[in-house]
Design a protein around this ligand. Structure first.
Ligand code: SAH
Length: 254
């Protein structure tokens, strides 16, 4: 019997953001692996085993899931948002590349989900309406000077920035440092969107000019979008503002 491993994106939180494909895949597996709070979002079903693990155990989780699938089981590993964005899909590929040959013979599928930057953007307009890039501010898996270099390069090239993993208990200072750096390149008026726990009951989305943006506005469940010189805020009477980046850019700004 040949095993199967599905790497499934759950979306940002609201069950309505789970795709039908993801729902069907999760319903059909023998075993579920993932970070505990993500697994808690998957309805319990008779006959399915659940294997929760800690946030920073992606490598060990990937190995456990691959071993289980190699025994012939139908296994799913879940990620919040999309599994290919700073999540389990790459962790699984890393283990397949370096692991036993049997893992290469497995049927492996990746089931996409709505990633946090798209969910946050949808709550406030179209901040990602033109060229953008996504960066993780975590220096767990790369040196901080590289993060700084990428921030500088992306901001100077005129990309909107979607910043994942802006802070954590172990990394309290990175976002403040990043904001300071971006202020050297971008006007103080540049809109900055803080989207917290989007799709969950405690969702909060706000926009602040870069000159007043404070790292204390973000926590582990926050995605930060930093606009460009072109990004605009439309004030609306009695309604929250819209933030958007126009589709056309006339100037070659450096
Ligand atoms: N695979 C996930 C990202 C994992 S990295 C995805 O595609 O969304 C974890 C980071 O994602 C968090 O630190 C935060 O920056 C962001 N994030 C995840 N869920 C979020 C949500 N519901 N609202 C806002 N940001 C979220």
């Amino acid at each position: 019997m040949s095993g199967r491993l599905a790497v499934v994106g759950l979306g940002p939180g609201d069950p309505r953001y789970l795709t039908p494909e993801a729902g069907e895949t999760l319903a059909g597996v023998d075993a579920l692996y993932g970070y505990g709070p993500y697994l808690d979002r998957v309805p319990a079903r008779a006959g399915q085993s659940r294997h929760p693990s800690d946030n920073r155990e992606e490598g060990a989780r990937a190995i456990a899931a691959l071993r289980h699938a190699a025994l012939g089981a139908n296994v799913a590993v879940v990620s919040g948002g999309d599994p290919g964005v700073f999540a389990m899909a790459a962790a699984i590929c890393e283990q397949i590349e370096t692991g036993p040959d049997a893992w290469r013979a497995l049927d492996v599928v990746f089931v996409p989900g709505i990633t946090a930057m798209l969910a946050v953007a949808s709550k406030i307009g179209a901040p990602l309406g033109h060229d953008f890039c996504a960066l993780s501010l975590s220096d767990n898996l790369k040196p901080w000077p590289l993060v700084e270099r990428r921030l500088d390069a992306a901001a100077s090239a005129g990309f909107v920035l979607a910043l994942y993993n802006p802070v954590s208990r172990a990394r309290p200072w990175q976002l403040g440092n990043a904001i300071e750096r971006l202020r050297r390149q971008l006007p103080d008026t540049t809109p900055v969107v803080f989207g917290r726990a989007v799709g969950r009951t405690d969702e909060q989305v706000s926009v602040t000019p870069l000159g007043q943006a404070a790292a204390t506005s973000a926590d582990m469940a926050t995605l930060v979008i930093v606009g460009t010189r072109e990004t605009r805020v439309i004030a609306r009477p009695g309604r929250s503002p819209l933030v958007y980046t126009p589709r056309a850019t006339a100037e070659v700004s450096v």
